[in-house]
Ligand binder design. Sequence first.
Ligand SMILES: Cc1cc2nc3c(=O)[nH]c(=O)nc-3n(C[C@H](O)[C@H](O)[C@H](O)COP(=O)(O)OP(=O)(O)OC[C@H]3O[C@@H](n4cnc5c(N)ncnc54)[C@H](O)[C@@H]3O)c2cc1C
Ligand SMILES: NC(=O)c1ccc[n+]([C@@H]2O[C@H](COP(=O)([O-])OP(=O)(O)OC[C@H]3O[C@@H](n4cnc5c(N)ncnc54)[C@H](OP(=O)(O)O)[C@@H]3O)[C@@H](O)[C@H]2O)c1
Length: 472
Amino acid sequence: MAPIGTSERPLRVAIVGSGPSGFYAAGQLLKNRSHPDLNVQVDVYDRLPTPWGLVRGGVAPDHPNIKAVSRVYEKTATHPEFRFYGNIQYGVDLTHGDLVDRYHAVIYAVGAQTDRRLGIPGEDLLGSWAATEFVAWYNAHPDYRDLEFDLSCERAVVIGNGNVAADVARMLALTREELAVTDVADHALEVLADSAIREIVVLGRRGPAQAAFTNPELLELGEMTDADVYVDPRDVELDPLTRSWLESDEAGATQRRNVDILSGYASREPEGKRRRIVLRFLVSPVAILGEDRVEGIRICRNELREEDGSLRACSTDTIEELDCGIVFRSIGYKGLPLEGLPFHERSGTIPNEGGRILGEDGAPVRGEYAVGWIKRGPTGIIGTNKRDAQETVDALLADLDEGRLNEPADPSRESLEELLNERKRDHVTYVGWEAIDRAERAAGEPQGRPRVKLSTADELLAAAHEKEEAAR
Ligand SMILES: Cc1cc2nc3c(=O)[nH]c(=O)nc-3n(C[C@H](O)[C@H](O)[C@H](O)COP(=O)(O)OP(=O)(O)OC[C@H]3O[C@@H](n4cnc5c(N)ncnc54)[C@H](O)[C@@H]3O)c2cc1C
Ligand SMILES: NC(=O)c1ccc[n+]([C@@H]2O[C@H](COP(=O)([O-])OP(=O)(O)OC[C@H]3O[C@@H](n4cnc5c(N)ncnc54)[C@H](OP(=O)(O)O)[C@@H]3O)[C@@H](O)[C@H]2O)c1
């Protein structure tokens, strides 16, 4: 038999998930320098009819330049050996066995699909939301379209000090005019534009020096058209432990700059804008309060203590209650287990070594790989996934060279397409996605918006299949 990766026997790779990590892995396989003559076919699956993962469903609508990274993925999709199969959910429409029977290698790139929990009373009250839900709703993710966010209260509280918390705070503070030129979901545009919220309080459990914001995102909060930023000067007075940490090599330039930015905010005079964003530090939520729905939040003051080489937030007896009508918990995303694969519950990742999935016995499972957030956890910007994908792809190609890939029963493309047509006739090909893309952009053009997103599964599938039928 011809070796795998030749024209008689192309290397067949499935990638489950079409976010940045899946697309970078696809691109690196299809155009790799270490194996220039490799004959490889890459099939990328997604549970949604649309590709790009969090680039479409996470990145904030007022950050169109960041979304432009999709051009790189569009280029990958033009490769003749690339296929996209949308509206196919691994574990539901396609099983582990289906893939093992048909591919030499499978790369799991499913991201982190849920949120971390605070584990405090009142977390499930009406009006207490995970940032994951709010973000997916304003970005037109079809599973979240019908959520109802009541923004009729005066004060919202955002828990967490990462860039997602910054996105949430900014989205709550943008003006109608600013929102109207973005690709924010139409259903969210009206609700956000009519919001009565006047104060957005962002709670950090540690100090300004430990906040996870990156500098540009923190600076943006101070440049809102219609919201003043407020930091209590006492919150930027650094404790001795933090001061010596900041002077040490452990602290990075980002943390030092964050402290400077926040000190600048603390000395600002408010300009009397319609809203204000209050950044608070060294406070943790201990309970979300209310009878039937959120009415307030109880927070405790923290102090930092050194534990296991890092500065941890430890609660004190100082308690405070804040009235608020809505709470957004933005303390991180979390991966979910996948059918047929090992899973590390605490980190929410697939156990792996450099991308090679490890079985129960700790040894690599033949032909199975992970990439992106499901590989390393829910941190890192889009570009981080490029390097990460390279590591996984390098491991896969090394295994190809060493004869360590899977030997599928029937790797032909025909067998796969037969199966998909049987299982899920309404799957979406790349032609279908391009039709959705064109329809959305065309709807956006007269309004001066990048696109008007289709936000229900029915609308998306109708737009996709109209063109696919014509192409058949
Ligand atoms: C709210 C938010 C905003 C962000 N903004 C920025 C930003 O402005 N700039 C920046 O650089 N980074 C940003 N990031 C980080 C960036 O989005 C991530 O680093 C990146 O998306 C992770 O890529 P991924 O491919 O691992 O996961 P994802 O992007 O989540 O992609 C996973 C894909 O897998 C699919 N999938 C999941 N389960 C299944 C299944 N069972 N079967 C089939 N398909 C499945 C999903 O539908 C999805 O398309 C942001 C992150 C978030 C959460
Ligand atoms: N514009 C952008 O580039 C952009 C936009 C959005 C997201 N992203 C990236 O996407 C990744 C995910 O972002 P993220 O904001 O979800 O995660 P993140 O950066 O990990 O931030 C999570 C925040 O939640 C806090 N937290 C965790 N558990 C908590 C608890 N029990 N109580 C109170 N606070 C708690 C953390 O504080 P501790 O530090 O104390 O743990 C941290 O401040 C990040 O790498 C981010 O940079 C980038």
